[in-house]
Design a protein around this ligand. Structure first.
Ligand SMILES: Cc1ncc(C[n+]2csc(CCOP(=O)(O)OP(=O)(O)O)c2C)c(N)n1
Ligand SMILES: [Mg+2]
Length: 781
């Protein structure tokens, strides 16, 4: 059987059968995890049977009939079991993993790209982010297509988000919508599961009245799927219009409550309100309680024909929002109940549900048990599903070779931020695979983070050409702001959530669109916190990108406390999937950027965070040896090596390094062997140190294990040496160094909100200046 040979009636019949199966499998997977597996810790396993039920129709229609292999989907977090059930029917998910739903190695609570085996396109979990991910992915799809960076024969896919209605309370959705409008996004489908319920209760009616208008305002088509076939037929009968008006006016909470009460409840309410209409009395007479309940709950989002018609009616690339009226828990005993979000069927309820589904004991995982169509026919239909024509759809893309050294400026004085701009400008001047694959993006801080020169050379990205009006009118400006489809900078409005989701989408391009990109995003370091959940989301999906965060710390001095970042080094250390660096000098930065661009592409690599500064420092005159370059990548090097057995060392990172150099020059007069250690990454050092500890545990008795870089660095010092650490950030990032060999640490850094001032004043106030470091050395000894 192929899809084209299937008659519409046959397709509808089979999809309805599969819808039942998907509903059953999702409910059973959750039930099994909660009731039929040994529970060792007494914790509820959970899962969301009601949230699954409302989307069963839409997802069945999409995956088994409407979607194509090139489409990509973000599934509402709590519909994960529906997704796994569908993939199970396709043969991409195993019964074993369904049986271990939410247990170690089993199918994941929320669809996960990295942990699930069944071809998840976008991970979800933190509501709102998966939805925005589809929007920024559509932009990436266009970026790649317009530049021919991938496989040119690949058809353009639709980026589909299956959205919980309460997700529209998350501000990031609206930030994304506005950005999407500016960038003229296409091929986007957002299907809102309008079950009018969230976690705590019932979604606000008045809010949703505005939602459709908001979408239309930003150029979307809105298709509302409100009433199913049964209700539409009833509305067409005498006095049917009265019934329509009654339902239209019915508040969400009342409708939900009646859904839960069932046929008798509907009869009572309709008799009370509409008994004067003969047509309505006829409807009530002709339907017994069960039929009346079926009629009154016949919403279009749970009506297969209505759903298919809506999806198949869209044939262009206009972004489209489907508002699908559904019932939370449709088909389950707690349908509509406001407390059903985390509700689980009891053993008795499940027994009744199972009976209703026609499933015998022992046949719970059977793919076709309880369905009336023949297994061969159902299997043939699954095999012919267009979505499944290519099996697993994850793409690959070759690694872009990074030259042994990046073009590096040789300024005698420079800040790392300035150096960053010049290094990128050097790359932009080259015609290379590297320069073609880099894509930059920034939330309205392009110029102030020194991306300007790159953008001048490489241009802004947009679907259409737009000249720089200032340039055309001969108004002098250092900045050329010309937009073309060839442009390599995506300019965003000020919304750090959008920045990180854009980076997530760009950073998965090799696996989603088969085109390798090297995304670099810039922002002010303090505003990492604004987009932190989105950054975490990007890392969770294993997207690969580089963030350049500048300026940072109190070193941006006059700008005051609001813009001074204090704990971002701890974020860098604590965030999985992200390695963080804070170089002091531009030659270090060049080494780290080179390494980062390579690391971003390695299967076991990750994303990179560079914390930079606007403070201009005298640059050391040196040519870094390969060994020094390796040390910089590993996390640190001896700027002034200590004498063997020395009792004191200063450890510095980033912009405050000159103060450490000055203090060190003074300290060595009294303590000849004192060393000065410059760190580039406490994150790397810490990670490798812990990894080394763990491997030591495994190789008890092997005395010649290789020490980790931080152990090697600290080895020349005496066992009870003192370390004075200094950085422009929370001192905790370095104070752990004392645990490596049991040496005592006196940590200097920033623990409080900064003031405005110049650097000398601030470093004195916050005890980062040379005098403070010398004082700390004295205290330490
Ligand atoms: C950022 C975030 N905050 C809170 C939660 C907890 N949470 C999960 S689902 C949910 C309600 C979802 O309601 P809705 O989107 O309408 O989904 P459905 O009704 O389909 O279950 C909440 C508050 C979360 N997952 N993410
Ligand atoms: Mg909801």
């Amino acid at each position: 059987m192929t899809m084209t040979t299937i008659a519409p009636v046959q397709r509808l019949r089979l999809l309805r059968e599969l819808e039942r199966k998907v509903l059953w499998l999702s409910a059973w997977t959750i039930h099994h995890a909660n009731h039929l597996r040994p529970n060792r810790d007494g914790l509820k396993v959970g899962g969301h049977q009601a949230s699954c039920a409302s989307l069963a129709t839409v997802m069945t229609a999409l995956y088994f009939s409407v979607l194509r292999p090139e489409d990509r989907v973000a599934v509402k977090p709590h519909a994960s079991p529906v997704f796994h059930a569908i993939q199970y029917l396709f043969g991409h998910q195993t019964q074993d993993k369904l049986e271990r739903f939410r247990s170690l190695g089993g199918a994941q609570s929320y669809p996960s790209r990295t942990k699930d085996v069944d071809d998840v396109d976008f991970s979800t979990g933190s509501v709102g982010l998966g939805v925005a991910m589809t929007l920024f992915s559509s932009l990436v799809q266009d970026y790649v297509r317009l530049k021919n960076l991938g496989d040119g024969t690949r058809p353009t896919g639709r980026m589909v988000a299956l959205v919980g209605d309460a997700e529209l309370d998350e501000g990031n959705i609206f930030e994304a919508l506005l950005e999407g409008w500016k960038h003229d996004v296409r091929n986007l489908w957002w299907v809102i599961d309008y079950n009018r319920q969230s976690l705590d209760g019932v979604v606000n009616d008045r809010l949703f009245g505005r939602v459709a208008e908001m979408f239309e305002l930003v150029g979307w088509r809105v298709i509302t799927l409100k009433y199913g076939r049964l209700l539409e037929t009833a509305f067409a009968q005498p006095d049917g219009e009265q019934l329509r008006q009654w339902i239209d006016a019915c508040p969400n909470s009342l409708y939900s409550a009646l859904v839960f009460k069932g046929g008798a409840g509907w009869r009572e309410a309709l008799t009370r309100d509409l008994n004067q209409y003969p047509g309505i009395r006829q409807i009530l007479e002709r339907h017994d309680d069960a039929a009346l309940h079926r009629l009154m709950t016949n919403l279009a989002g749970n009506d297969m024909q209505a759903v298919l018609d809506a999806f198949e009616g869209v044939n262009d690339d206009t972004p489209t929002c489907f508002i699908a009226y559904t019932i939370k828990g449709q088909g389950l005993p707690f349908a509509g109940h406001k407390d059903n979000h985390s509700g689980l069927m009891t053993l008795d309820q499940m027994a009744g549900f199972k009976k209703g589904m026609g499933i015998e004991d022992g046949a719970e995982w059977d793919k076709f048990a309880g369905l009336s169509a023949a297994p061969a026919e159902l299997q043939g239909f699954l095999d012919a599903a267009p979505f499944n024509a290519e099996g697993r759809r994850r793409t690959e893309a070759p690694i872009v070779a990074i030259p042994a050294a990046l073009p590096k400026p040789n300024d005698k004085k420079s800040s790392t931020q300035e150096g960053f701009g010049k290094i990128l400008n050097g790359i932009a001047a080259e015609d290379s695979e590297l320069s073609r694959r880099i894509v930059t993006t920034s939330p309205d801080v392009t110029v102030s983070t020194n991306l300007g020169a790159w953008v001048n050379r490489r241009g802004l990205f947009g679907h259409t050409e737009a000249e720089d009006v200032f340039r055309e009118l001969k108004v002098v400006s250092a900045q050329l702001w010309r937009q073309t489809p060839k442009g390599q900078h995506i300019e965003l409005g000020i919304a750090e959530n959008n920045l990180f989701i854009q980076l997530a989408a760009l950073g998965l391009s090799h696996e989603i669109f088969g085109a390798r990109l090297l995304p670099i995003g810039t922002l002010y370091d303090p505003f990492i916190a604004r987009g932190l959940d989105a950054l975490n989301y990007a890392c969770y999906q294993d997207a690969r990108f580089m963030i350049v965060a500048t300026p940072s710390g109190v070193t941006l001095a006059p700008e005051g406390g609001a813009h001074q970042s204090i704990h971002t080094p701890l974020i860098g250390m604590g965030q999985p999937g992200l390695v963080s660096y804070e170089p002091a000098y531009v030659d270090e930065l060049a080494v780290l950027m080179r390494h980062g661009l390579e690391y971003m592409q390695q299967p076991k690599g990750g994303s990179v965070y560079l914390r930079l500064s606007t403070r201009s420092l005298p640059q050391p005159e040196r040519l870094l040896t390969l060994e020094q370059q390796n040390d910089i990548v590993s996390g640190g090097y001896w700027y002034a090596p200590p004498e063997a057995g020395a009792d004191i060392a200063i450890v510095a990172m980033g912009a405050v390094t000159p103060e450490a150099i000055e203090a060190h020059a003074s300290v060595v007069r009294d303590f000849a062997g004192a060393g000065l250690l410059v760190l580039t990454s406490p994150d790397r050092l810490h990670t490798d140190w812990l990894a080394q500890q763990r491997s030591r545990g495994r190789t008890v008795g092997l005395v010649d294990r290789k020490p980790s870089p931080v152990e090697t660095l600290l080895a020349p010092l005496s066992r009870d040496a003192r370390l004075v650490t200094v950085m422009d950030g929370h001192p905790l990032a370095l104070s752990w160094l004392g645990s490596v060999r049991g040496q005592r640490v006196v940590p200097l850094g920033i623990e409080n909100f900064g003031q405005s001032g110049d650097i000398p004043d601030l470093y004195r106030t916050y005890k980062l200046d040379a005098a403070a470091i010398i004082d700390a050395v004295a205290r330490a000894l």
